[in-house]
Design a protein around this ligand. Structure first.
Ligand SMILES: [Zn+2]
Ligand SMILES: [Zn+2]
Length: 374
């Protein structure tokens, strides 16, 4: 095993340095992952510009790779061995609390950086902590005894494997949280990697009408939404989006609205409340808005609308996402539009934010070994 590791380290807001770091020491209950692909999502864009903690941090929280070295105890605990290909959740649960016991690691205090300044979470935890390699923008990543692993089925390519996180979020939010099912009608707002993943989840669950909305800039993404099984694409800067939804639903509106827009302000939520015309609809929101002046709570309660929160994924959602990727049922590989090496982390994050010349970006795979032999 080599004793130095190359990693892209965030050293300050919007600043990345390639650094050679010491390989961490491994106890019997720990392991080392050779990172194959780290997916990049909207959270990275936010965290890169405004880090929630002090640097240095190795970002990268959607990680897939191969177990390179593992202690005996680690192998026993996780049922894996060297050479196994795994998806590593970014949550590092305590395995003991009520949430961990039911596979809801995302709610565990030990990994929640919002309430626990000493939380461990891939892509967030400082490299100054024991283990150093706490993110996927690195050749190797540290796996303590309480990392949460999922085996990646054979035949799932690296690019496809990079989609586990958005797809597991899609399954968690649309199906498990909101409860989209057979013959339901759905409006998915925003055709990015997250919105497109919701399309697949809703289609698989049997929704009878899936509408996806975006802007004129989203043309390619909206076309892909149709190829993935959406019934109608709505350009919100053409005709009034409300009218379009009513047209496509015979004036009935939809049963579910899933807001996958990022940084779009109050508009998508207000439209969502409008198009949930029938009573007892469900609105899924991501809650990026810190405040919502004049929130129309009366209209919401009069229609008996339920609000659900989009908040990460459960163990089960990850397993379902991996099975979906392995099935080949949907052309999900088309979501994977760009890949970059370790020396291009800054560009990769800016590309996802739309701040580079890279065109038609949907999902970006950061591949630390891209262009290298081993
Ligand atoms: Zn993410
Ligand atoms: Zn826990």
């Amino acid at each position: 095993m080599v004793d130095r590791v190359l990693a892209a380290v965030r050293t300050a807001p919007s600043t990345t340095e390639l650094r050679e770091l010491d390989m961490p020491e491994l106890s019997d209950d720990a392991a080392l992952l050779k990172v194959e692909v780290a997916g990049i999502c909207g959270t990275d864009v936010k965290m890169y510009a405004t880090p929630p903690f002090g640097d240095p941090v190795i970002m990268g929280h959607e990680n897939v790779g191969t177990v390179a070295v593992a202690g005996e105890r680690f192998k026993q605990l996780h049922g894996v061995t060297e050479g196994d290909r795994v998806f590593v959740e970014h949550y590092v649960g305590c395995y003991n609390c009520e949430w961990c016991r039911i596979g809801e690691y995302r709610h565990c205090e030990a990994t929640d950086w919002r309430t626990n300044p000493d939380a461990r979470r891939y892509g967030y935890t400082s490299a100054e902590n024991f283990g150093t390699l706490w993110g996927g923008f690195s050749e190797y990543m540290y796996l303590p005894w309480n990392a949460v692993l999922h085996k990646v089925p054979d035949g799932v390519t690296a690019e496809l494997a990079g989609l586990v996180t958005p797809l597991s979020n899609g399954i968690e939010w649309a199906l498990i949280a909101a409860g989209v099912g057979y013959a339901d009608t759905v409006l998915i707002q925003g055709p990015g990697q997250q919105g497109l993943s919701q399309v697949v989840a809703c289609k698989q669950a049997g929704a009878s009408k899936i509408l996806v909305s975006g802007t004129a800039k989203d043309k390619a993404r909206l076309e892909l939404a149709l190829d993935l099984g959406a019934d109608e694409a709505i350009e919100i800067d053409q005709v009034s989006p409300y009218e379009q939804v009513m047209d496509h639903t015979g004036g009935r509106g939809v049963d579910f609205v899933l807001d996958c827009t990022s940084r779009a302000g109050v508009g998508p939520v207000l439209l969502g409340i409008d198009v949930l015309k029938r009573r007892e609809g469900t609105l899924l929101i991501q809650g990026e808005l810190a405040a919502f002046p004049d929130f129309p709570i009366k209209r919401l309660t009069e229609k008996a609308i339920t609000i659900k929160s989009a908040r990460g994924h459960s163990y089960r959602a990850c397993e379902l996402a991996l099975a979906q990727l392995a099935s080949g049922r949907f052309p999900l590989e088309r979501l994977s539009t760009h890949k970059f090496g370790l020396d291009q982390v800054d560009r990769a994050i800016r590309a996802l934010a739309g701040d580079t010349e890279d065109a038609d970006v949907i999902h970006i795979s950061l591949m630390p070994w891209l262009g290298k032999d081993s």
